[in-house]
Write a protein that binds this ligand. Sequence first.
Ligand code: NAD
Length: 350
Amino acid sequence: MSVFSHIEFDHHEQVVFGHDQASGLKAIIAIHNSNLGPALGGCRMWAYANDEEALRDVLRLSRGMSYKSALAQLPLGGGKAVIIGDPHSGKSEALFQAMGDFVNSLGGRYITAADSGTGVAEMQIMAERTRHVAGAGQREAFGGGLRNGDPSPSTAYGVFIGIQAAVKQRLGRDNLRGLRVAIQGAGQVGFDLARQLKAAGAELWVSDIVEANVRRAVEQLGATAVTQQEIFGLDVDVFAPCAMGGIINRQTLEALRAPIIAGAANNQLADAGLAEELRRRGCLYAPDYAINAGGIIDVCYERTGGSAAQLKAHIEGIGATLQQIFQRAEQEGRTTVEIADRLAEERLRR
Ligand code: NAD
């Protein structure tokens, strides 16, 4: 397994392999870039087929975090951690304590947070061993009162703001009344996004592989349930991917009719060439790492201690960032992904 010559290496500053025999921990922490501050990124637990797959994932994800934080104007660098193990059967208190020690050994150069396969409970265990962990404590909620450290509501709010910006740019509309939105994945982010869209007067279509999640959206929000296949071909204004990555691919592209793609999922485009294909077809794509930055902004404010009002205002800045990306892309005849990457790289170099 190569590291320095790995195709995803991209000048990573530090890649550390951690092992704890007693708990069975096998983990990798990757720090891509710390020009703007300590590297912050989630800790993913996944049953990787082999070490190579885990390395590839952590390198790709940590680079993505550098870009996401830079674009969101946060004083943070990009990093990520992966634990090699089954999140359904492989968790133990000892494992996450050992992971906490591993994170702590980097002395704050890397700050961890929840990701696929981990959540608030795991962050709380790691917090017993390190202070370089986010999302373990309670936070002030936007509407007053307290909430736990789950950043999903902030992610959903940022996507909602991003959809408003995309609708203004592509459809020339200032409000979402009667807007038709298809949401793929009605989980933590997708459902909360659906709730906000409904309150703004939008009409919703929802698909999820978990029947109960679909039912909740139908019963509580009046959404129309559609199958996993149907969601792509609907005659809607916005397609909001809020499930998993790679869902815009050569097959789904043929079915897609929405003039806007704007959702929370990470790595939505299966390959880089699809951004140009979407542009050619007149489909406005909100780059995923720009529109879904609400979660990392939330986590950053937990560290820096900003108020809920300041956090909300910062998340609302996602709208202005997207507007800038959309307008530059149109003026220069380039894809929104190229412009977002360029903006992030300019900030990273600064
Ligand atoms: P989640 O697991 O709560 O929700 C995902 C939902 O998608 C689940 O209900 C799942 O059943 C559903 N799903 C899975 N495969 C599907 C398919 N083929 N078709 C339809 N539905 C499917 O996750 P989440 O926290 O809501 O995150 C959603 C996406 O947003 C993920 O890609 C995540 O990486 C990304 N994201 C989340 C956050 C956050 O703060 N939670 C931040 C940034 C990015």
